[in-house]
Every structure is written in C-alpha cells, then in structure tokens.
Design a protein around this ligand. Sequence first.
Ligand SMILES: [Zn+2]
Length: 388
Amino acid sequence: MRIGFAALLSVALSAQAPGAGGVPPWTPGTLDFHQISTGRGNAALVVFPDGTTMLVDAGAAGDGETIADMEPRPDASRSAGAWIADYIQRAGVTRIDYAVVTHFHADHIDGLNDVAARVPIATLIDRGDAYLTPPDADPTFTKYRAFLRLQSARGMTRETIRVGRADQIVPRHDRAAFPAVEIRAVAANGEVWTGRGDEAAQVFPPLATLAPEDRPSENMCSIGLRIRDGEFDLFTGGDMPGVPDAGAPAWQSVETAVARAIGPTDVHVVNHHGSIDPESAFFLTTLRSPVMILPSWSPTHPSQDALKRMMTARLYPGPHDIFATLLRASTRASIGARADQLKADHGHIVVRVAPGGDSYRVFVLDDSTEARTLVGVFGPYASKGPQG
Ligand SMILES: [Zn+2]
C-alpha cells in the first residue's frame, strides 16, 4: 500500500516546525541546504522537496581533548554533535533518512554518535573501508567503528557510496512527485563520475604502483555529491584537494576530474575548508559558482591564496558571493581587506531553493547564540541550468 505524502512528511518533519530560528519554515516542494556552524568541523542538513532529510558530515574536532584553541559555536556547554542535533530538531526534523560521511576525519565524523543519540539515522553512507583502510590504531576510526556498532544495533543500515549513480540517495517519501530532484555521487576513493550516464572512472593509479609519498590521502578519498533540483545545482565534496603539493602528481587534483564531470554549478561548498590546497583556478572557472559556502572553523581557514582565487573576477564574470561559517579573528588579521568582502564572516548558511529550482536565496543565521537569529538574506539568484 502506498502511504500518503502528507503522512510520510509528518514522520520526518513535525507539524509545528518552528523554522531554524529565523528562517521561515520549510514547506513541501522546497529544497533547503543548511551548512551548520559549530566551530568544530563540517555538518550540513539537507531537506529535499518531498521532506526526505540528509545529513552531510557531523564534525567534532577536538572532542575529548582541550578545545581551548577552538571557538565552539554557540558555546562549549554542549558537544558539537549535540548542537548539530539541536539545530536539526529546531528545524523540525525528527529523523535523518541519509547520513553521508565524506571521509574519516574527526572534523567530519566525530559528532555522529551524539547526533544519532538524539535524531535517529536510517541509512548511513560512507566511502567504505576497503580502499585505503584506516589503520586500526586511528582513534577517530576506532570511535567511528563503535558508532557503527551502536547505531546498527538500533536499526541504522550502512552502505558504501556508489560513485556515478543517482539512485542510491533519492527523495524517499515521494520520488514520483519530484522527478527533477537528483542526488548524484560524483566522487569517492579516486573514482569520479564521467558526466555520462552512471559511468565512473578511477583517476588514481593502482596503489601498488605508487611511491609511499604519492599514495592518496584520506582527504583525496572524500565523497563528492551533486544535489540538483531542475536548473539548480549544488556541489559538496568534503576535503578533496585541487592544487597538488609542489612536485606531486597531477592526478592528486580530484577537483579537476570532478569539474569536468559536473560543469557549471550554482552553489558549491568550498572544498577542504578553503585551506591551502583546494579551489583550483580550473575548478573555479568550470563551476563559475555565484555563491560559495565556506565551511571554515580553524585559523587556517581560508588560506589567503585560496580566498584570492575564489574572489578574483578574472576567472569568471558575475557574483562571487562567499559565505563563511566562521572567520577567526587571527585569520581576519592575516587576510586583511579581502576579509571585508565576505558576505558573511560567521553563521549558519542556509540555501533555500524555490519550488522547481529556478531560483534560490541565501539566509545567514547568527551562530553565537542558540536563538539563531536571521541576520541576512541574499538573492534571489537565478539558477543557471546545465549550460551555465
Ligand atoms: Zn576537514
């Protein structure tokens, strides 16, 4: 028996959704993407037009250690995972249909268990541990294994990402009503979608042929996703690099293969927090994103060079609107005047796509208190469509 759309919605979203502290409540037909600021790593909540919900990462860098050199948002009274769960619940979400783990680093996964303890996760998708298996002694991966055991016992299922495919993550509650919504697995473990059908190709050489210093890093193995609704495209790709270290092989720029596959993209989450090695000129010129979300939390985010590349009008015309989750005072001091050109220097960044995908707006919510007051609205921006 087919369960009604409204009934299913009530499962994922409570009827009295108050909105995420200032953003008008989500309504059916709308695609929302929230980059949540914790000061501790990456976390994003996505609500599909049919009410399906997806979490992309739940970072908690510094968990169990001193966090004196961090700026937890809104404060240190709760763990990063608990704050992420609070954000999700305040957005009216009571269940996470998909949780995608881009890669196995603390600033992307250490908050997962604290989220799942409060908001159940139905399906967890990661890059698998067969390729570049994390070492047994890795404390982050040990904690992740414990999370998997605990939540599996509570009914969570785990899948490995299927690169190239758009049928693994789908509008789970009413796919037929939203045929223009597509979530495509673009990259993971050196496999990258070719842009043709469901085809993917391995861009990393066989591991056995590589010198130890050239082996892919955990960051290079990050999952990349393209979220599409009609003419609107958003890309998020964890910590994948774009500018290889001096002397390193060119294939280490995962961004290059990704850019060739996805082309023009309205919004992208800046790779690797805008640190020293992402956002190559080729990636930026190919995507030509008028809106970039910078998931920054550490003093090294962003690097001056990456920010300069992201901002320059030489690479493509039109807006280069950059919204940062947290620009630390020391980072601002070293970057100088360019920091003043950011559209936001702290906050939760929410992209709300109009039903059908023709346009979108960006909301900025204050991350310094749990009230999450709306402090800025940008747009509407017109979606570019596949031709850009
Ligand atoms: Zn990271």
